[in-house]
Write a new protein. Structure first.
Ligand code: SAH
Length: 540
């Protein structure tokens, strides 16, 4: 066991799902930020727990081959980019592994993975930024929150954002100082200016400036506008009213001060109207690759009805509508639905309709109406789909489900649930929409099992509790542990058999032996060692 302030040499052998490095010392996992697989470091323990420890790299003794010098000066203080210090190819490998691990550990499944699709650009790919504005000791800071805090660090030129955003921030800085605009304080809930929220439509170059204020009126707006109009592509200025004492950035009310209050982009040949409150993929060029993959997985022939759940402004469904018979989209934010309807109209798409409501309730209602879509698209927020929605989707019984997700953990959980509801996970493709950060998007094709061949697994859904599952170990980690501690070599089948005994969901592809030749059972000595490992990893 390691202790606080211990120092030793450590080799980094993997990445955490947040993009930090991890190495093993004395059989214990040691997490060290800003390291790369292959690094040999002098590690100083800053926090020691029973099952893991957190270390700091005091010195890089031997750098990994994939290391590069981060281009951004704020790399260490910002925390937005976990991978700015490694080559992009290495980042892609780490992301691919993150998705595979989530399916193995959380979903208990190993489906067919396709190679990760890289982002067309790795810098300046973002089309949206929300800059907090604060004053500390009289100094104005516009930028980003420091790691794990609400202290605002002045941003400078973030390499993920378009250059125009940096120019706009400089305009604001001058305007706030020249016009004595008050700045919001989280402590007192006083002061006007909270966030500067910017969006850019990459295909058209149009730029939206949205000012989040603790009030309803903006003083000196003419002076601000005069400067903003000098920015190429500036199209609209909007006030967003947020007077609540909350961490949530945006309020519900938007008031356009200049222009229409929205901008228009083009995505997969479809014109998309973007309002301040509507969701829009932050990497437009990457999103085109993602949607093309989703379309491939949908495999449309022109005869299908599509149900697009969590549709936002309708982007995914509308990009496929010309290859389908009909499209129904469901989304909870009214403004997004207004945009989705407008998007159908401005693109002359007549076979689409959109419903504003909760996906679970709306799907249930549509099922009762007797709709029978061949393809259902799921693209929920990070927390994934509600369990009852998955049941309803399975009852609607589409041939294919295309699941797009920004969180591999909840995706894997939901795929495992769908497996239990009669669907097979056919193909999985990770798509990198967020270069340099630890986030990764994934698209999955699920196909209805043939009722004659599908076997029901009796799985308790309680097993999918994410907080517990995320801490679970891979088969390799269990094997390593057992070898380290007991000197025993155990197979995946052995582990699988013990897991099954304890009612832990098992991988779909392990041969359970039905109708086949006898499957060797796990010897008692190995079983004991595996049980010890499962306890160690808190899986039982
Ligand atoms: N498919 C869209 C949007 C995906 S983001 C695109 O690619 O652009 C997820 C969307 O789900 C957001 O627009 C969010 O507003 C919506 N949402 C969140 N919870 C929901 C719920 N319970 N029911 C329906 N939509 C929901």
């Amino acid at each position: 066991m390691v202790n606080k302030n211990d120092e030793f040499n450590l080799k980094i052998t993997g990445y955490t799902s947040e993009g930090g490095g991890v190495g093993k010392f004395d059989g214990q996992a040691i997490f060290v930020e800003n390291t790369a697989v292959g690094d040999e470091i002098l590690c100083h323990i800053i926090k020691a727990k029973k099952t893991y420890a957190i270390g700091k790299a005091m010195k890089i003794i031997k750098p990994a081959k994939s290391r590069i010098e981060p281009e951004c000066e704020a790399f260490k203080s910002c925390g937005g980019c976990s991978f700015a210090h490694i080559k992009y190819e290495e980042e892609l490998k780490a992301k691919e592994q993150k998705v595979i691990d989530a399916f193995n550990r959380i979903g208990g499944i190993s489906p067919g993975f396709e190679a990760i699709i890289p982002s067309p650009e790795t810098t300046r790919y973002r089309n949206k930024a929300q800059y907090p504005v604060r004053r500390e000791n009289g100094i104005l800071n516009i930028g980003f929150y420091a790691k794990k805090s609400h202290r605002v660090i002045d941003g400078g030129d973030c390499l993920l954002q378009p250059v125009e955003f940096t120019e706009i921030i400089e305009i604001f800085r001058k305007w706030i100082n020249d016009c004595n605009i008050t700045v919001y304080s989280e402590n007192t809930n006083k002061g006007l200016l909270r966030h500067i929220y910017l969006r850019k439509a990459f295909a058209t170059g149009e730029i939206m400036v949205c000012i989040v204020i603790n009030g309803k009126a903006l003083p000196e707006s003419e002076r601000l506008l005069e400067q903003l109009k000098k920015i190429k592509g500036f199209k609209t200025l909007v006030i967003n009213v947020n007077c609540k004492n909350t961490n949530v950035v945006l309020g519900d009310e938007c008031i356009p001060l200049y222009g229409n209050g929205y901008i228009t982009d083009i995505l997969c040949d479809v014109k998309i109207k973007i309002s301040p409150l509507s969701f829009y993929q932050i990497n437009r060029n990457g999103a085109q690759r993602l949607y093309n993959k989703a379309a491939e997985y949908a495999g449309l022939t022109g005869k299908e009805d599509i149900l697009d759940l969590y549709c936002g402004t309708g982007t995914i469904g509308l990009s496929m509508a010309h290859k389908a018979k009909s499209l129904i989209g469901v989304e909870i934010i009214p403004e997004a639905i207004e945009d989705a309807n407008a998007n159908a109209r401005i693109n002359g798409i007549e076979n689409a309709r959109f419903i504003c409501g909760d996906a679970s309730g709306a799907a249930e209602e549509l099922k009762r109406e007797g709709i029978t879509p061949e393809v259902v698209i799921l693209d929920p927020p990070r927390k994934g789909c509600a369990e009852e929605l998955l049941k309803t989707v399975a009852e609607i019984n589409p041939e294919k489900i295309v699941y797009v997700s920004c969180d591999p953990a909840t995706l894997a959980r939901d795929c495992a649930r769908l497996l239990n509801l009669g669907y097979t996970v056919k193909k999985v493709t990770p798509v990198d929409m967020f270069p340099r950060t630890s986030h990764v998007e994934t698209v999955v094709q699920l196909v209805r099992k043939n009722p004659d061949t599908h076997i029901d697994f009796d799985i308790s859904l309680d097993e999918f509790d994410l907080t517990a599952s995320e801490a679970k170990a891979t088969y390799q980690e269990i094997k390593d542990y057992v070898l380290d501690k007991f000197g025993l070599k155990v197979s995946s089948l052995n582990i699988s058999q013990v897991k099954t005994k304890f009612g832990i969901i098992e991988r779909e592809n392990y041969n359970k032996g039905e109708g086949k030749s006898r499957v060797p059972q796990c010897p008692p000595e190995k079983e004991k060692a595996i049980i010890n490992a499962l306890r160690y990893f808190k899986m039982i």
